[in-house]
Write a protein that binds this ligand. Structure first.
Ligand code: F6R
Length: 641
C-alpha cells in the first residue's frame, strides 16, 4: 500500500540511509531465494548487472557463500549486457568484471554462466541474440533480475528510444553513457560504441525486478523513472508496467523525489528549522518574488497554509528566513578578526586560522572553491591543500607523450650542454618507449604513472600559486589505494587511513573543507570520503578537534540547494576570473574530458555558470547582487562519525 508521502511514485521505492544496507538487503533476498530453491531441488535463474551499483551485492553474496554455506551449484545466470568488440579478457569487459567479482569466488558451474558475447561476427549477432532469449526461456525465465540505472535512464544498455517490447540485440551507446564510461577506459576514445544488451521486453519478463541507484548523480533520473508517466524516452520508466518491481536507493539518490523535495505537497510536515527555510526559499522561487514580498496568499495557494498556521503570519516568517539567509553570506570564510561574530557563519577567533582543504583528485578543490581559497590566503590564514590521490589514472597518454617527446629533444634543440651522468633526453626517450609499449588495456607501467602524477602536480603548482597558496602547504598524499587500484576496484587499507590521520595531526586545522558525501561510494571521490570519515573517527577524541569546523563543498557539477547553504562566499568579478584562469591550468583534464557534443560544457564553463547561478539565486531572494558565490554546508563532528 502506498503511503501519503509516496503518492507521486509509480514504482515502489525504498530509501536507505546508506547503499551498503540496501545492497545487503538485495543480496539477502537473492540468497533466500537460492536457498529455498536449493531445498526444493530446483534451479534459480538470476539476471545480473555490472557497473558500480551491484558491487556491494556481489560482495555480500560471496561472503554468504564463504561464511554461510550459500551454494550456487543450482544457479544459472544471465548478464544484461556486454560491450561489442571487446575481448573477454579485456579488463573492462563485463566477462572479466563478473568472473572477478562473483563467479570465480563462488561454486557456480562454468556452464551455468551466460553473458552476451562481445566478439561474435557481426553476421552472427542476430542469431546469437535470439539464442540468448531462447536459453533464458528454456531454463524457465528469469526469477530475479537486478538492475542499475544510467544517467540517460538506460537499463541494461537500452538507451532512450528502446521500446518496451525490445529483445536482446546489438545497440549503439548514447554519448552520455560513453562519457560516463570514459574514466573506466582511461579516455573516451577507448570506450566501445556498441553493445549487446537484453531488451526492455526481456527484462520485463523477469518474475521479480529490483533496480538500485546510489549517489546524487542518479537523483534526477530516478525521479523521472519513478514519477513521470512511462515513456520510451526513459527506458527505466517502462519498469512501471512490471507487476513486481522495486527500487532500492540511498538518501542522496532520493533527494529529487517529491516526497523529499517538496514534502508539503504530499502530506503533513514536521516543521523543523531547515524545513521551514526550505519551504520559504522554495516558495520564493516558485512565485518568483523576493522573500520579503511573499504574502499570506502565496503561502496558502501553494500548499503552505499549514506552515502559516504553525509559525506565521507571512511577515514574521519572511523576516526570520530572510535574516537567516542573509547571515549565511560572508566575505570572511576564515572568520573576521575582531568583529562581532554572533551572526556570522564562521567564528572570529582564533585568527588567523589553520585551514585544511581536502580534494580527492588534484583539481577538485580549486574548481569548486578556488575563490574561497584565494580569500582565505589573502586574509592571512594558513591554507593547506591536500590531494588524497595522485589522479594519474585520468591523464591521457597523448599528454604524457607530448611532454616526454618535448623533453627528449630539448637538450639538442636548445643546445644545452649534456651532463656526463645524466641526460634529460635519454631519460625521456626511455620513458617514451615504455609508454609506447605499455598495453592500453592493462594500464600503465609505474614509471609512466609517475610521469602522469607529476603532470597533475605541475598543474596544481601553477593553479594554486595564482591563488596565493604557499607551495610548502601543498600535500600530495598519493594514497596507495589509488596507485594499486583501478576505477571501481579500489580497496582502501590501513596505510591509506594512516596517511590521512597523520596529516590531520600534523596540521591540527581550525577548519577542514571536504567533499564527496553524496557521490557513488565506489568512485574516487566516494572512496576518499569514506576514508575521510574513518580518519575523523580516529581523531575524534583529540583535544584540538573540538575547535575544528567542518565545511563541505558540494562538487563540480552541483551546488548545495539554497536551504542547505550555511556559508555563501561572494566572489568579485576579478576573483571569479582568477579562479577560471586557474582552472585553465588543468590541461590534462581538458584533454581527458573534451566537449563531446554541443550540449556539454567545458569544466571552466560549468563552474563559472554554477557560481554565477548561485549569486543570481541569492539576488532573486532579495539579497545583495553579487557576481558569483561559492557555497558551503557546515557539518558538526557528531554528524561525521
Ligand atoms: C550494466 C548495465 C548498466 C548499468 C548502468 C549504471 O550491466 O547494464 O545499465 O547498470 O549504466 O552503471 P553504474 O552502476 O556503474 O552507475
Amino acid at each position: 500500500m502506498t503511503t501519503e508521502a509516496e503518492q507521486f511514485e509509480r514504482i515502489i521505492t525504498e530509501v536507505f540511509v546508506d547503499s551498503l544496507i540496501a545492497a545487503t538487503k538485495v543480496a539477502g533476498e537473492i540468497a533466500d531465494l537460492i536457498r529455498a530453491r536449493n531445498k526444493e531441488k530446483k534451479n534459480t535463474v538470476l539476471g545480473l548487472a555490472t557497473g558500480s551499483t551491484p558491487l556491494p551485492v556481489y560482495r555480500e553474496l560471496v561472503r554468504q557463500h564463504r561464511e554461510e554455506n550459500l551454494s550456487f551449484r543450482n544457479v544459472y545466470t544471465f548478464n544484461l549486457d556486454e560491450y561489442y568488440g571487446l575481448d573477454t579478457d579485456h579488463p573492462e569487459s563485463y566477462h572479466q568484471f563478473m568472473w572477478q567479482r562473483l563467479f570465480s569466488q563462488v561454486d557456480i558451474p562454468k556452464g551455468h554462466v551466460h553473458l552476451p558475447s562481445g566478439t561474435i561476427q557481426r553476421s552472427d549477432v542476430f542469431q546469437f541474440c535470439d539464442g540468448y532469449e531462447e536459453k533464458i526461456e528454456s531454463l524457465g525465465g528469469l526469477d530475479y533480475q537486478i538492475l542499475g540505472i544510467g544517467r540517460t535512464g538506460h537499463i541494461g544498455f537500452n538507451e532512450p528510444g528502446s521500446s518496451k517490447d525490445s529483445k536482446t540485440r546489438l545497440v549503439s551507446l548514447d554519448a552520455l553513457t560513453r562519457r560516463d564510461a570514459a574514466r573506466d577506459f582511461l579516455g573516451e576514445v577507448n570506450v566501445p560504441r556498441y553493445a549487446i544488451t537484453m531488451g526492455v521486453g526481456t527484462i520485463l519478463q523477469a518474475r521479480k525486478v529490483v533496480l538500485m541507484a546510489w549517489g546524487q548523480g542518479k537523483a534526477e533520473v530516478v525521479r523521472q523513472a519513478v514519477e513521470e508517466p512511462p515513456s520510451e524516452h526513459l527506458p527505466a520508466g517502462l519498469l512501471q508496467e512490471h507487476p513486481d518491481v522495486r527500487l532500492f536507493i540511498d538518501d542522496p539518490a532520493s533527494d529529487q523525489l517529491t516526497r523529499f523535495k517538496i514534502p508539503w505537497l504530499v502530506g503533513p510536515v514536521d516543521w523543523q528549522h531547515r524545513t521551514i527555510r526550505k519551504a520559504v526559499l522554495w516558495l520564493s522561487g516558485k512565485v518568483n518574488k523576493p522573500i520579503l514580498k511573499l504574502r499570506d496568499s502565496d503561502y496558502n495557494e501553494h500548499g503552505l497554509g499549514e506552515l502559516l498556521t504553525e509559525v506565521g503570519p507571512a511577515y514574521d516568517l519572511n523576516i526570520k528566513v530572510f535574516n537567516q539567509t542573509q547571515h549565511t553570506i560572508s566575505g570572511w570564510p576564515g572568520g573576521k578578526p575582531d568583529a562581532d561574530d554572533t551572526n556570522r557563519p564562521e567564528r572570529a577567533k582564533p585568527f588567523p586560522k589553520r585551514v585544511l582543504v581536502l580534494a580527492s583528485e588534484p583539481d577538485e578543490d580549486i574548481l569548486c572553491m578556488g575563490g574561497t581559497i584565494h580569500r582565505l590566503n589573502n586574509q592571512g590564514n594558513q591554507v593547506h591543500l591536500a590531494y588524497l590521490t595522485s589522479g594519474n589514472l585520468a591523464v591521457p597518454d597523448g599528454m604524457a607523450r607530448q611532454i616526454l617527446s618535448l623533453m627528449s629533444v630539448m637538450e639538442g634543440e636548445l643546445g644545452v650542454k649534456k651532463s656526463e651522468t645524466f641526460s634529460l633526453g635519454q631519460v625521456a626517450e626511455v620513458l617514451l618507449e615504455e609508454l609506447q609499449s605499455s598495453d592500453e588495456d592493462s594500464g600503465d607501467l609505474k614509471s609512466i604513472r609517475q610521469v602522469k602524477s607529476l603532470l597533475r602536480r605541475n598543474e596544481v603548482w601553477n593553479a594554486s600559486a595564482s591563488l596565493k597558496t604557499d607551495r610548502k602547504n601543498l600535500h600530495f598524499l598519493d594514497l596507495p589505494f589509488y596507485e594499486k587500484g583501478r576505477y571501481r576496484a579500489f580497496h582502501p587499507e590501513k596505510e591509506d587511513l594512516g596517511k590521512l590521520v597523520s596529516l590531520f595531526r600534523e596540521i591540527e586545522p581550525h577548519q577542514i573543507y571536504f567533499t564527496g558525501g553524496l557521490v557513488d561510494p565506489v568512485s574516487v571521490s566516494g572512496v576518499s570520503f569514506g576514508l575521510f570519515k574513518q580518519a575523523i573517527q580516529a581523531i575524534s577524541k583529540d583535544k584540538w578537534v573540538k575547535d575544528t569546523h567542518f565545511w563541505s563543498y558540494r562538487g563540480i557539477a552541483q551546488e548545495w540547494p539554497l536551504f542547505e547553504i550555511d556559508m555563501a562566499v561572494p566572489l568579485s568579478p576579478d576573483e571569479l576570473n582568477l579562479k577560471i584562469d586557474a582552472s585553465f591550468q588543468y590541461h590534462s583534464q581538458r584533454q581527458q574530458f573534451p566537449l563531446c557534443d554541443a550540449a556539454y560544457k567545458e569544466i571552466w564553463q560549468q563552474i563559472d555558470e554554477l557560481n554565477r547561478d548561485t549569486a543570481k539565486a541569492y539576488d532573486s531572494l532579495g539579497m545583495a547582487e553579487y557576481e558569483a558565490i561559492e557555497a558551503f554546508k557546515r557539518f558538526k563532528l557528531e554528524k561525521l562519525i
